[in-house]
Design a protein around this ligand. Sequence first.
Ligand code: AMP
Length: 218
Amino acid sequence: MRIILFGPPGVGKGTQAAMLSEEYGIPHISTGDMLRSAVAGGSELGRKAKAIMDAGKLVPDDVMIGIVRDVLRSPRAAKGFILDGFPRTLAQAKALAGIFAEFSIRDFIIVNFEVDDDEIVRRLSNRLVCPKDGKIYSVETDGVAKGSPCPGCGTLLVQRDDDKEATVRQRLKVYHSTTEPVLHYYEQSASMVTVDGSGSVDMVNREIKTLLKEDEKQ
Ligand code: AMP
């Protein structure tokens, strides 16, 4: 199965991708996670990406397209994947179509998440991450606080620099102006299902799996 998760930042793509990855046994490919590990590793790409990410802007298309092309070419993506955070521009979507053609990938589905902006700002200001295992927690629902230990591995939880309110608002602006138009491109050229991302994690997960099953039957 090949799935592209689409939607604004903070809509729950990362959480759902991790669950679906386990449930379907296919890798979760997150361009945001790849950039964050480049930042943590202190590479040239990481240094350049950090400033862009902290400003809530997009890393240049050619860099992102090169990264995704390399992952999709690797054996780990051979049996399917969940792409999270890419494409984010029309140029990336068109390049992805070229990569799919090159690797003879025909079947894929877009899962489009919808949640309104105020809910996203609220969610992201309550989001904490484990810097070691990347797991996401909510101050509201998981009983954790900034600086408390990760329930999984004990590393202290942190807020992402780009989850501060001003940056979130900027990321939403970029989403609406640059990423959302990509939906129109896919409406004409791909299978797509839309989920209401405002429910609980388990409700959204069940809805996605139901929609994917229904789509498979068609
Ligand atoms: P995410 O974790 O998907 O919200 O990504 C975090 C940040 O990484 C974004 O706000 C961008 O700065 C950058 N980023 C991730 N994926 C892309 C992409 N496909 N194109 C450009 N920038 C990206």
